[in-house]
Design a protein around this ligand. Structure first.
Ligand SMILES: *Cc1c(COP(=O)(O)O)cnc(C)c1O
Length: 396
């Protein structure tokens, strides 16, 4: 037997975390890392935050799970808070981001079905998109590494270039249900949609009776300095998928929709055994307590600006390696030049300088710190990044 007990689908690195302390992780062998990966934009309060820890402990001792056969005071309360804080009128809770996107896809198809137009089932999605790893969500991307060998995939998706409004418009036909788009592509390379593109998709959706579905699984939940990234574009979606930061590490996702967009989602059409159980709701409620207020959100914006400025100042000093900085708030990407591969540089940062970051498409190093970082963490990051750039050649 050579296969590992953990199915070997991840090329895991040598860091084996056993403990978290705020913005740092401690590995099995005692090494300490500054965690600017945050479990891929999940641990927005860092590790061991007292508010989240206490909420989970208290709820675990009270009631963990009952199923959706029963009334849910915990789910009703959190859904109401999300409705109050967003464009949405209604919320479905899932256990992951991919499931949130699945629910969004199903909601869009049911909307046109409820309108007597079931032929309008096609979603227009975008080059380099990432929406998850279920069969439905890999059908919405054109990245071969996620699709190869899993065909036949789900019909009803057409992928066109990101940030090219004319291409999106040209793809609209009688079978189109709507658009599925990340306001800031994460995995694809930390690429923000242009304002013209996102507002243009909203306008096209309105003109053609289509639904605009935003995937804010990565860019949402305070990451960019507003509760959701689309707020900074001055538009609202009809449906939105959320996850990652929503539970601060507790597995949870959500599909938010307007009353009109959710008109087809009547009793019996969708479900999840765990989705929105009391323990998940307690974790998510604690997260909302901390992040959904102007002081916290303004802090994220200010820290994002300071981190970005510090990164931009590094570029001329290390012009052989760093190309540019992209992203919004604390969802930043450091694009490298073609002298260095992002994957190699992420490994160098990790193994030789104790910095955790995440690779992304387009040769970008993703910088996704906990949203509770302080200036000292920014200084530690920049100092170590600079040292890593200086000794990259030597260490490689
Ligand atoms: C991570 C991610 C997903 C998938 O979330 P999972 O919890 O891994 O299923 C979907 N969309 C975007 C934009 C993501 O970043």
């Amino acid at each position: 037997m050579t296969i590992t007990p953990l199915m070997p689908v991840y090329p895991r690195c040598g860091v084996r975390p056993v403990r978290g302390e705020g913005c740092h992780l401690v590995s099995e062998d005692g090494r300490r890392f500054l965690d600017f990966a945050s479990g891929i934009a999940v641990n927005i309060l860092g590790h061991g935050h007292p508010v989240l820890t206490k909420a989970i402990q208290d709820q675990a001792a009270t009631l963990v799970h009952v199923s959706n056969l029963y009334g849910s005071p915990q789910g009703e309360a959190l859904a109401q808070r999300l409705v109050d804080a967003t464009f949405a009128d209604t919320v479905f809770f899932t256990n992951s981001g991919a499931e949130a996107v699945e629910c969004a896809i199903k909601t869009a198809r049911r909307y046109h079905f409820a309108n007597g137009q079931p032929q309008r089932h096609k979603l227009i999605s975008f080059n380099n998109a990432f929406h998850g790893r279920t069969l439905g969500t890999i059908s919405a991307t054109n990245q071969p590494k996620m699709r190869d060998g899993f065909e036949p995939l789900l019909p009803g998706f057409e992928v066109v270039p990101f940030n090219e409004l004319a291409a999106a418009e040209a793809a609209i036909d009688d079978s189109t249900a709507g658009f599925l788009v990340e306001p800031i592509q994460g995995e694809g390379g930390v690429t923000p949609a242009t304002t013209e593109f996102l507002t243009g998709l909203r306008r096209l959706a309105d003109e053609h009776g289509l639904l605009l579905i935003l995937d804010e699984v990565q860019c949402g939940y305070a990451r960019t300095g507003t509760f959701f990234a689309h707020e900074q574009y001055g538009i609202v979606p009809d449906i939105m998928a959320v996850a990652k930061g929503i539970g601060g590490g507790f597995p949870l996702g959500a599909c938010l929709a307007t009353e009109e967009a959710a008109k087809g989602m009547v009793p019996g059409t969708h479900g999840s055994t765990y989705g929105g159980n009391p323990l998940a709701m307690a974790a998510a409620s604690a997260i909302m307590d901390v992040v959904v207020n102007d002081a916290f959100l303004d802090g994220v914006k200010a820290k994002g600006t300071r981190l970005r400025q510090a990164l931009e100042q590094l570029i001329p000093n290390h012009d052989g390696l760093f190309h540019s900085v992209r992203g919004m708030g604390l969802m930043l990407g450091l694009k490298l030049t073609d002298k260095v591969e992002a994957r190699d540089f992420v490994a160098h940062l990790r193994d030789n300088h104790g910095l955790l970051t995440v690779g992304a498409g387009e040769n970008v190093v993703r910088i996704l710190p906990p949203l509770v970082i302080e200036d000292a963490h920014i200084a530690e990051f920049v100092e170590k990044l600079s040292a890593a750039a200086r000794d990259y050649g030597a260490a490689a």
